[in-house]
Design a protein around this ligand. Structure first.
Ligand SMILES: Cc1cc2nc3c(=O)[nH]c(=O)nc-3n(C[C@H](O)[C@H](O)[C@H](O)COP(=O)(O)OP(=O)(O)OC[C@H]3O[C@@H](n4cnc5c(N)ncnc54)[C@H](O)[C@@H]3O)c2cc1C
Length: 419
């Protein structure tokens, strides 16, 4: 059940700006620790990127988006509008600073550092999810069948060697599968893959929207108030932070910025210049096709997941660099449609088409922790491809910052002044 909208109270202890999975998990966590929390979002909670993702809790995904393999292929990828990592050329000027940083972060040493930082967070992703599942009663929405990458050519499998070695070195549990072993796990893929890479510990959700609704209900049950408003102004003062927006004027002791891909202007008002951009991603849904697969499957060369969800198969992924304003690109949706039909030509027409905005930093690390200007502003955004996976651990870290607990040095890799 969606919590009632409240009128803005005059002052509150903590405002969480943005009710995506990161804001919802954080509000729930803080309320569970007895904090007074106001969650602010102009839109339906959980209706942003958190609504349409592939549903994987990808604790294995420590390989940053920017890495030497992507760097080698980058010109070809960006020039091909049908590649899994494409660019809307109209946005090139706006994206040039981000792309320049992305290229630097794709060099070997930076890739290793970014993977190490991500792996540190990801190692806690499953336990943190376990706590949140209990807290919000999500048990029936969780699937525990692992996750599968499939490689359709010897060349693609060979190209994955660096990634496999890196994950192995960082302690990720992964198993190389033969074509026959892939078919044993996923009979519908018999003959379709030369190799698989199985992540047996991974879990996934069967309905991201359902998860968001439960998180909101659990937060509301712990006293979190929801205010349907857009925050456009943020000013730090000695007593805390003043937040303003159309019809909004409120003083808070602390604010958590969790506005996903739209966090950048708010962070800037707190004094943090953060190179946040969006990696646009798409999904299609095919009704009644869920039984085709037993777990999320990613054909690595195509850059999307096929995830069986409640009552449908969701095909979600690919990257389009192109900013927040451009309309959905039908060509990207057609690409997903053609891609999934290479495995399942019998599928009917998709019933849902969606574009979402991943909040992405060039180094693939989120920004978590206090603003370097004021401890009253705490950042919790920029989770890129891993926001669903990392929401509960982010919530825990934010709660630790607010309570003055934990090892502050641990957050150095996610600091707002690292750029
Ligand atoms: C195709 C696709 C597939 C993906 N698959 C996965 C996956 O399998 N696993 C995984 O872990 N991650 C996945 N992701 C990434 C994940 O969905 C995101 O990282 C995550 O949803 C980000 O959550 P968020 O709460 O930061 O942002 P969002 O969910 O976008 O929420 C941000 C909220 O902030 C609100 N807001 C914005 N501006 C303001 C403002 N000024 N004032 C108040 N509120 C504001 C918005 O209305 C929105 O509700 C995928 C993403 C895409 C696009």
């Amino acid at each position: 059940m969606i919590s009632e909208t409240v009128a803005a109270p005059k002052t509150v202890e903590i405002a969480v700006v943005g009710a995506g999975v990161v804001g919802l998990a954080t509000a729930l966590r803080l309320a569970g620790e007895g904090r007074e929390v106001l969650l602010i979002d102009p839109n339906e909670p959980g209706s942003g990127a958190s609504f349409g993702n592939a549903g994987t809790i990808a604790e294995y995904a420590c390989m940053p988006v920017g890495n030497p393999g992507v760097l080698r292929a980058l010109p070809q990828l960006l020039l091909d509008p049908d590649s899994p990592f494409s660019l809307r050329w109209a946005a090139l000027f706006q994206l040039a600073p981000w792309l320049t940083r992305f290229v630097r972060q794709s060099l070997p040493a930076a890739t290793r550092a970014n993977a190490l930082a991500l792996a540190g967070l990801l190692a806690e992703a499953l336990p943190a999810w376990g706590e949140m599942v209990q807290e919000a009663g999500l048990q029936d929405l969780m699937r525990r069948n692992g996750c599968l990458y499939v490689y359709r050519s010897e060349r693609d499998f060979a190209a994955s060697a660096g990634g496999r070695a890196m994950r192995a070195g960082l302690g990720v549990h992964q198993e190389v599968l033969t074509a026959a072993e892939v078919a044993a796990l996923e009979p519908a893929l018999a003959g379709a893959a030369k190799y698989g890479l199985f992540f047996p510990d991974s879990i996934n959700v069967s309905d991201p929207k359902g998860v968001m609704q439960r998180l909101l209900a659990a937060a509301a049950a712990r006293g979190v108030q929801l205010l349907r408003a857009s925050v456009t102004g943020l000013a730090v003062d000695p007593g805390g932070v003043r937040l303003t927006g159309p019809g909004l004027r409120i003083a808070v002791r602390k604010v958590v910025l969790a506005a996903g891909a739209r966090s950048r202007p708010l962070a800037a008002q707190a004094g943090d210049r953060i190179p946040l951009e969006t990696e646009r991603g798409y999904h299609l849904e095919f009704p009644a096709a869920a039984p085709l697969l037993n777990r999320p499957v990613c054909p690595v060369d195509l850059g999307f997941y096929m995830t069986p969800m409640d009552g449908r198969l969701r095909v979600a992924g690919t990257v389009e660099l192109g900013g927040l304003a451009a309309p959905p690109n039908p060509r990207r949706l057609a690409l997903l449609d053609r891609g999934v039909r290479q495995f399942f030509p019998q599928l009917g027409r998709p019933t849902s088409e969606w574009l979402g905005f991943r909040p992405s930093l060039p180094d693939s690390r989120p920004v978590i922790g206090p603003s370097h200007r004021s401890s009253a502003v705490i950042h919790a955004f920029g989770h890129g491809h891993l926001g669903l996976t990392l929401a509960p651990i982010t919530a825990r870290l934010v709660a630790d910052v607010i309570a003055g607990r934990g090892d502050a040095a641990r957050l150095a890799a996610f600091a707002s002044d690292r750029f």
